[in-house]
Design a protein around this ligand. Structure first.
Ligand code: HEC
Ligand code: HEC
Length: 372
């Protein structure tokens, strides 16, 4: 994880990286947190904001800033926030915990550092020093015996394949254009482990461009479906339409022939360099989606398959990443399909293991929103 971001930074310097991709030289600089700003008339979130006051935050960007701090320090909300003694409800506006006060000072310190030394760009962040610990390490680490030598910066960018060759190899590795184009329906069953006592049963029904997911826990089921144009989530008897962001992601997740359509989903693609993912050499490709979201796709250098996706969101305090890795590929109807998927983001990690994935007819009814 850290090395992938180091690569991103090394090759093209944090946020400005993908904005500087050849296709969009004239494009505006990477969006700053203020791109998320609410309209001036919208009410600011929070009752007791001091350092974020007047910064144009909304509920979403405030949440993202909180997740960013928690992930940078490797702590939960309770490190800085308290619950009401009687009701046990969170009272986020209270300043009881010294860590919250310290965090305010740290936000100001970080801003001052970036202003004085990095032209006001968000270069130094909480994660720069904290790296997942509340107490940053001031002593350099000692070498680990037997650890592989890290790839040199030169080796990372030496003899890189052309993008088109990389994509062609992926199509081949995934089963070939013909097999990919023929997939008409797929049914998958498995389990999602999201931590102790948090196991879910998972069922996915897919047709080209359509996808329905059912997650079942002892407490109930959650269904989500995308029918090619719109989608919905059914939770606790209530149906909610997908928002634009969810639809953009669902469109990609629902593509059963993704290797054939990658350039349509991501108008800007650029080979960045070599990177180790789970000890295996991969080629990292920077991608920008139609909605301007940025990610890095990693292709196994040996097999040619897509093995990882890193997504980034810009928060008021810096860039937050989330990761999906795919492994245990097996052929299903002539197409290589991952039987293991690992997701990691600021909120936690989950491992999905499929017990069965098979080709099969899927009824269109599963994609239709239930009447509320
Ligand atoms: C490292 C400390 C830290 C962590 C961890 C943290 N927060 Fe905060 N939180 C703060 C600070 C500091 C403020 C006040 C910001 C300001 O003064 O502008 C704040 C403010 C808030 C507010 C606004 C409260 C109000 O009404 O004024 C909410 C809501 C909130 N946090 C939620 C969360 C949640 C949810 C989490 C866990 C995901 C979390 N925070 C984790 C430090 C933290
Ligand atoms: C330039 C390095 C640096 C940056 C950047 C930085 N910190 Fe710190 N932070 C430290 C150091 C060093 C300490 C430990 C101070 C000590 O031990 O007395 C610390 C301590 C803290 C503590 C108190 C420790 C604890 O147990 O809770 C909090 C909270 C904290 N930082 C939050 C943040 C947040 C939030 C950010 C980003 C807005 C941030 N820091 C950015 C260096 C940094």
């Amino acid at each position: 994880m850290r090395s992938a971001l180091a690569l991103l930074a090394a090759v093209c310097l944090a946020t400005t990286c993908l904005a500087a991709a050849p296709q969009d030289k004239a494009a505006k600089p990477a969006p700053k947190a203020s791109a998320k700003a609410t309209k001036p008339e919208a009410k600011e979130p929070g009752k007791n904001l001091k350092v974020f006051k007047g910064q144009g935050l909304n509920d979403e960007s405030l949440d993202e800033a909180m997740d960013f701090m928690a992930a940078s320090l490797g702590v939960a909300c309770a490190h800085c926030h308290v619950r009401d003694e009687k009701t046990q409800a969170w009272v986020m506006d209270r300043d009881d915990r010294p860590a919250k006060q310290m965090a305010r000072q740290m936000i100001q310190m970080t801003r001052a550092l970036n202003k004085a030394h990095f032209k006001g760009e968000t270069v130094v962040t909480c994660a720069t020093c904290h790296h997942g610990s509340p107490k940053p390490e001031g002593i350099p680490p000692l070498p680990v015996p037997g650890a592989p030598r890290p790839m040199s910066a030169e080796d990372k960018v030496k003899n890189l394949p052309e993008l088109d060759a990389l994509l062609a190899k992926w199509v081949q590795a995934a089963g070939g254009a013909e097999a990919l184009g023929k997939v008409a329906g797929r049914l998958s069953k498995g389990t999602v482990e999201a931590g102790p006592g948090r196991t879910m049963q998972l069922e996915i029904a897919q047709k080209p461009g359509m996808r329905a997911v059912t997650q079942t826990t002892p407490r109930g089921a959650m269904k989500q479906a995308f029918d090619g144009t719109g989608g919905w989530t059914l939770r606790a008897g209530k149906t909610q339409p997908m928002d634009a962001k969810q639809i953009a992601q669902a469109r990609i997740d629902a593509d059963l022939a993704l290797p054939l359509h990658l350039k349509e989903h991501y108008p800007s693609l650029m080979v960045l360099g070599r990177e180790l993912v789970d000890g295996k050499e991969t080629f990292a490709v920077a991608a920008k989606a139609k909605d301007e979201s940025r990610l890095i796709l990693s292709f196994d250098a040996a097999t040619g398959l897509l093995v990882r996706r890193l997504s980034f969101v810009s928060t008021p305090l810096g860039i937050q990443s989330s990761e999906t890795t795919w492994s245990d590929f097996r052929p299903v109807d002539g197409v290589q399909v991952p039987f293991k998927v690992v997701n990691r983001n600021a909120h936690g990690a989950s491992v999905t293991t499929f017990s069965e994935i098979k080709a099969g007819p899927v009824d269109d009814a599963v994609f239709k929103a239930p009447a509320n």
